[in-house]
Design a protein around this ligand. Structure first.
Ligand code: SF4
Ligand code: SF4
Length: 257
């Protein structure tokens, strides 16, 4: 952490992903200008700075490891990084593309006419399956409001806290009326980590779990609750497999690459 004290260097690297989490940086607006004065951003292709080989004090990684090239590149990036921070569902859990990890047969053959030409791994896996990760920011996508306090802490030598409480506690703390209780909507809040400010329940809609599971999700209890709301077994399983396809426990544990 001491390396981040004086105008640290920062890079943002992309792996298999949609670029949405990188947009959280650009969406900071004036905050980004502020940040650029406090750090030296050396590689962030989406913002126009391209120097992927440079070593940096703080490295943000978006996206999952899903190709042989990804496997090699993440090792090199780890060696050149002080702190390595993963951002978003793809980097922290493999993302939607990890649905392929649940396929028995080779998914390439069902999508491509010449699957042998597709250089892709059979699985999509989080960065932490491959290298040491110092911090994780969950969400799909992450929000600028998550990045700013994290960067503020890092620049002032403070160890950022880990978000461990379930989303339901965010609702309670903010006075948001529970969508399950008031509207009978199948909310994933009881097993989802907080940190997003309960954006969806605030708007009267149920959470679909984009911030990923808390450390010890009680999946069985939520399954019983969703069953009580009238959801069919298949629909319930789909709720758990949505964005963090292999992370909510049950019968669908992640396969390692
Ligand atoms: S709306 Fe969802 S997240 Fe909020 S308290 Fe109810 S179940 Fe929990
Ligand atoms: S309420 Fe749930 S689905 Fe909505 S942003 Fe938060 S974690 Fe994601």
């Amino acid at each position: 952490m001491s390396r981040v004290a004086n105008r640290p260097t920062v890079s943002v690297h992309k792996f298999s992903s949609c670029d949405g989490c990188q947009l959280a940086f650009l969406n900071m607006g004036e905050g980004l200008i502020d940040l650029a004065q406090q750090v030296e951003i050396v590689h962030f292709a989406e913002a126009g700075m391209v120097a992927p080989e440079r070593a940096t004090d703080i490295t943000f990684v978006e996206g999952s490891v899903s190709t042989p090239e990804d496997q090699e590149r993440i090792q090199q990036i780890r060696q050149r990084s002080g702190l390595l921070i993963t951002i978003g569902a793809c980097a922290t859990s493999g993302g939607i593309q990890a649905l392929r990890n649940l396929q028995g047969e080779d998914w390439r053959a069902s999508l491509y006419a010449t699957p042998e030409t597709i250089a892709s791994l059979a699985t999509s896996t989080p960065i932490s399956d491959h290298v040491k990760v110092d911090l994780e920011l969950w969400g799909c996508p992450i929000r600028s409001e998550q990045l700013l306090p994290l960067l503020h802490d890092l620049l002032h030598g403070v160890q950022p806290g880990k978000m461990e409480e379930p989303l339901c506690q965010s609702c309670k703390r903010s006075g948001v009326i529970c969508t399950v209780v008031s509207q009978g909507k199948p909310c994933m809040g009881p097993v989802t980590r907080g940190g997003c400010g309960a954006v969806c329940p605030r708007m009267g809609r149920d959470c679909y779990g984009c911030s990923g599971p808390i450390d010890h999700p009680n999946r069985a209890a939520l399954e019983r609750c969703l069953e009580g709301l009238g959801l069919l077994p298949d629909t319930i399983q789909r709720r758990f497999k949505m964005i963090h396809a292999t992370q909510f426990g049950g019968d669908h544990r992640r396969e390692k690459a």
